[in-house]
Design a binder for this molecule. Structure first.
Ligand code: SF4
Length: 215
C-alpha cells in the first residue's frame, strides 16, 4: 500500500473512531427512511443542525409522507418552518418537490443521482446524502465542510464543492460505505476543526494533519 493510501486509511479510521465516541446526536441520524433523510438534508441547507433538530421531529410527524406534504397548504408548511427562516421559499420548494415525487415516482424517493438531482432544490450534495444515508450506497459527499477538512488534513486545495477533482478525491478517500465518516467530518468541522480557530491539540488528526504538522 502506498503512503498516500495508508494515510487515507488512517484518517478514515480516526474520524470514524472519533465519531463513534464523540459524534453529535440528531434525530435524522437514527433513520434510514429516504423521505426523512431528504427532508433533513433540505432543511440543513443554510441552517445549523441544532436549529433543524428543534423542528425536525414535529415536521416529519405532521407531514409524514410525500403525499401529506404535497397536499398541505404552503402557508401551513411555512408556519411549521418559521423558526428556521426562509420559510416561504422552503415551503414552496417542499410542496413542489413532494408533488413531483407523488406524480413521477409514485410517492417513492428516487434512488438514482440523476433523478434525485432533477427535483427542485436538490443539488449534488443532497442527492449523495440521500444515497448514502438512506440507500446505503458508497457515494462521495462533498460540501464546504468536507473541502475545509481535506484541505487541512491532506494539504490539497480545491476550487469549491463543485470542483470535479474534489469529488474524485473524496470518492477514493471515502472507501466503502460508512456513514460515520461523513458525519464524523461534519462534527469535527463543527466542534474542533473550526474555520477560524481550529482546536488542533485535542484533534484526533493532529499527528497526521498536513496543516498542523507544518505550522
Ligand atoms: S489538526 Fe487542526 S487543522 Fe488539522 S484537522 Fe485537526 S483541528 Fe483541523
Amino acid at each position: 500500500m502506498s503512503s498516500d493510501a495508508r494515510k487515507k486509511t488512517l484518517v478514515r479510521k480516526r474520524v470514524i473512531d472519533w465519531y463513534s465516541e464523540h459524534g453529535r446526536d440528531f434525530p435524522w441520524r437514527h433513520t434510514t427512511d429516504p423521505y426523512q433523510i431528504l427532508i433533513a438534508e433540505m432543511l440543513l441547507r443554510r441552517t445549523t443542525a441544532s436549529a433543524v433538530s428543534r423542528v425536525f421531529n414535529d415536521f416529519v410527524t405532521r407531514f409524514d409522507t410525500p403525499e401529506r406534504l404535497a397536499r398541505a397548504h404552503e402557508s401551513t408548511i411555512s408556519r411549521a418552518l418559521a423558526s428556521l427562516g426562509l420559510q416561504s421559499l422552503r415551503a414552496k420548494q417542499f410542496k413542489k418537490t413532494a408533488s413531483i415525487i407523488m406524480k413521477e415516482y409514485n410517492g417513492e424517493i428516487p434512488k438514482s443521482h440523476e433523478n434525485l438531482q432533477s427535483l427542485p432544490g436538490i443539488g449534488a450534495y443532497i442527492a449523495s446524502a440521500v444515497r448514502n444515508f438512506a440507500y446505503g450506497e458508497a457515494t462521495p459527499l462533498v460540501d464546504g465542510n468536507v473541502i475545509h477538512f481535506i484541505s487541512k488534513v491532506f494539504g490539497i486545495q480545491f476550487r469549491g464543492p463543485t470542483d470535479k477533482k474534489a469529488w474524485e478525491f473524496v470518492a477514493k478517500f471515502g472507501g466503502s460505505h460508512e456513514t460515520g465518516l461523513y458525519w464524523g467530518i461534519i462534527d469535527l468541522v463543527a466542534t474542533i476543526c473550526l474555520k477560524r480557530n481550529p482546536r488542533c491539540p485535542i484533534c484526533p488528526l493532529s499527528k497526521v494533519c498536513e496543516w498542523y504538522t507544518n505550522k
